[in-house]
Write a protein that binds this ligand. Structure first.
Ligand code: MN
Length: 159
């Protein structure tokens, strides 16, 4: 597919039609985990939804063992571009320390309406990463700080 013909027909200094250069590339929703060596080492677990990265700080990091549930503290949404970020946040700045991509890929919510599932504090999803794959869950804990969720892998039948 190309926009060559569309563009050749138009003078974009005169028409307010879009040139298509700022079009967001279609892509599968991003999944990324960043290892963040800040004042306390933690893993930032991020899932793209509605143009942002929903983010949880997982102090001990995700566990592939379905018997182990890890605390995941919900933090502020991050821009999509953040999924590519690696580097050092300078001393004295928020989150000072090094950030490295630990795992990356895409994710799929198993619920028909991911936003609704997220708002209900009960996300079930498939990860397509290099380190993490398969079915996972993020559940918001009740009767505690609403920022507290748990992250764990679901048992799967081997084919
Ligand atoms: Mn962090």
């Amino acid at each position: 597919m190309t926009l060559k013909t569309y563009r050749a027909k138009r003078n974009f200094t005169r028409t307010s039609e879009p040139s298509g250069t700022h079009r967001q590339k279609e892509h599968k929703p991003v999944y990324v985990v960043q290892k963040h060596d800040a004042s306390h080492l933690h893993y930032d677990f991020r899932l793209e939804m509605n143009g942002v990265l929903l983010s949880w700080a997982v102090p001990k990091g995700p566990s592939k063992n379905p018997a182990i549930k890890r605390l995941a503290v919900h933090v502020e949404d991050h821009p999509l571009e953040y999924a590519k970020f690696e580097g050092t946040i300078p001393e004295g700045e928020y989150g000072a320390g090094t950030v490295k991509i630990w795992d990356k890929g895409s994710w799929e919510c198993t619920d028909e309406n991911p936003e609704k599932a997220y708002k209900a504090g009960n996300l079930t999803f498939v990860l397509h990463g290099k380190k993490l794959t398969g079915l996972w869950k993020l559940i918001q804990l009740k009767n505690t700080d609403p920022k507290n969720w748990i992250l764990f892998k679901l048992k799967e039948k081997k084919e």
